[in-house]
Design a binder for this molecule. Structure first.
Ligand SMILES: [Zn+2]
Length: 91
């Protein structure tokens, strides 16, 4: 129980920190792209547990970290690389 609470707390702090830094972005097999702040609970928890991995397998799909230059290109072209940030889609 204590361990789970710690993971949730870390995830919350990370989300706040990332808003002022270059956020990591993730893309799944269906081409869905999300930033760390808009990653679901499964992916957020996986990234917290294994922050150095560039691939995470979750019950909602397999996510691959988007290269920084791709994120920069999409931000330049579309105003962002995360669909939720750009289009405001919810879950
Ligand atoms: Zn986003």
């Amino acid at each position: 129980m204590t361990r789970v609470q710690a993971v949730v707390l870390n995830g919350f702090m990370t989300k706040e920190t990332l808003t002022t830094q270059t956020a990591r972005h993730w893309e799944n097999d269906n081409g869905q792209a999300v930033c760390s702040a808009h990653a679901g609970n499964y992916l957020t928890t996986a990234v917290e547990q294994y922050p150095k991995r560039k691939k995470h397998v979750t019950p909602l799909g397999t996510w691959y970290e988007m290269p920084a230059d791709e994120v920069a290109h999409m931000t330049e072209t579309y105003g962002g690389a995360c669909e939720t940030c750009v289009f405001g889609k919810g879950y």
